[in-house]
Design a protein around this ligand. Structure first.
Ligand SMILES: Cc1cc2nc3c(=O)[nH]c(=O)nc-3n(C[C@H](O)[C@H](O)[C@H](O)COP(=O)(O)O)c2cc1C
Length: 325
């Protein structure tokens, strides 16, 4: 007890103790005490926030990557819930392409390349002149991520990242095309700041389903796909190039049309898609020639068999030298 008293006395008697006692004994409405307590509180809070941000950063990065993979799988139609995201994503080939030439960068790992980061880097991106910048994105990365879904080495889906300005925000998404590089297989938007219930309906799965089977380019190769005002009816001309508009969100709808026009056009993935279409039509031609050759061969073989059979028939029906059959 005496010891405790001594300790308390010593504490209070010390210079720091005197200072603390002086500070704490100040009335609560004292300006120095108010500012002091507020500063201390701010300091403690900022330390907690800074530590949390640092500790949680790797988890955030991991979750963002998982979300990106989930969206790519979703748009590719790989939604088998019995397998993990990573298991399903193993079927996707990540490549990097040069936006100007459309050439695949064979020496680059698609999983390690971050197009969004590159588009903010002046050394790895290009400022778009106003007349080309229909999606209002200001800069475009020189290299882009492309995701391919293949089965037994045959290309099934081409998944392309897209982004463009709506009414309030830049909308980020993916569009998947069938192997012909012309037909839409799916679309998804995973990040935007449009109004929920209006422009935010770009996330609506029912609206997104309306994109399936739509044609991106017309016969001349120009991007023709667009979101219209209102809904498609029997009277709508060329419905294969049109998607229902979002009710009460004409400006967001217009932003989506502009996004498609840019990314599937000449300043976006156009050169790469043109190469794929060319390769596709050459492969079809080769398939046709192979089928024709196969048919000719079959015909020749059948003719030879027929000839052979008639020779056998003749030899068996010919009388021998004695005139006995
Ligand atoms: C609070 C508020 C939020 C809005 N959010 C959007 C939006 O996200 N996207 C959009 O295109 N229009 C939005 N609008 C409506 C636009 O201002 C504009 O009226 C609309 O795009 C015109 O489309 P409509 O012709 O289909 O009505 C919003 C309007 C209000 C008042």
């Amino acid at each position: 007890m005496i010891n405790n008293h001594k300790t308390a006395f010593e504490l209070v008697a010390s210079p720091v103790g005197r200072q603390q006692r002086g500070f704490l004994s100040l009335p609560n409405d004292n300006i120095v005490k108010t500012i002091g307590v507020a500063t201390l509180l701010c300091l403690v809070c900022s330390i907690i926030v800074a530590v949390s941000a640092t500790v949680l950063k790797p988890k955030q990065v991991e979750n963002k990557l998982l979300d990106k993979k989930t969206n790519i799988l979703l748009v590719a139609g790989l939604t088998d819930g019995s397998k993990s995201v990573d298991e399903r994503f193993a079927k996707i080939e990540s490549i990097v392409i040069d936006m100007n030439s459309g050439m695949v960068q064979q020496d680059m790992d698609g999983n390690a390349y971050d197009q969004r980061k590159a588009s903010r880097d002046p050394e790895r991106s290009t400022v778009l002149p106003r007349e080309q910048d229909v999606a209002v994105i200001k800069r475009r990365a020189n290299l882009a991520n492309v995701y391919l879904f293949k089965e037994e080495d045959r290309l099934k889906k081409i998944i392309l990242p897209i982004k463009g300005y709506g009414l309030w925000s830049t909308m980020y998404g993916f569009i998947a095309l069938e192997s012909d590089a012309k037909t839409v297989s799916g679309i998804t938007f995973y990040e935007h700041g449009e109004t929920p219930g209006l422009g935010g309906e770009i996330e609506n799965k029912k609206w997104q389903a309306g994109w399936q089977g739509k044609q991106v380019v017309d016969e001349s190769g120009e991007v023709a796909l667009e979101v219209i005002k209102g809904s498609i009816t029997d009277a709508t001309s060329d419905p294969e190039y049109k998607v229902d508009g979002l009710a009460g969100a004409t400006l967001t709808s217009k932003g989506v049309s502009n996004t498609i026009a840019f990314w599937l056009g000449a300043n976006g993935f156009g050169p790469y898609l043109a190469t794929l279409r060319q390769q596709g039509s050459e492969a079809t031609k080769q398939d046709d020639t192979a089928m024709e050759t196969e048919a000719t061969l079959e015909e020749t073989v059948n003719t030879l068999i027929d000839q052979d059979e008639s020779i056998v028939d003749q030899s068996t029906s010919e009388p021998d030298s004695d005139g006995i059959l």
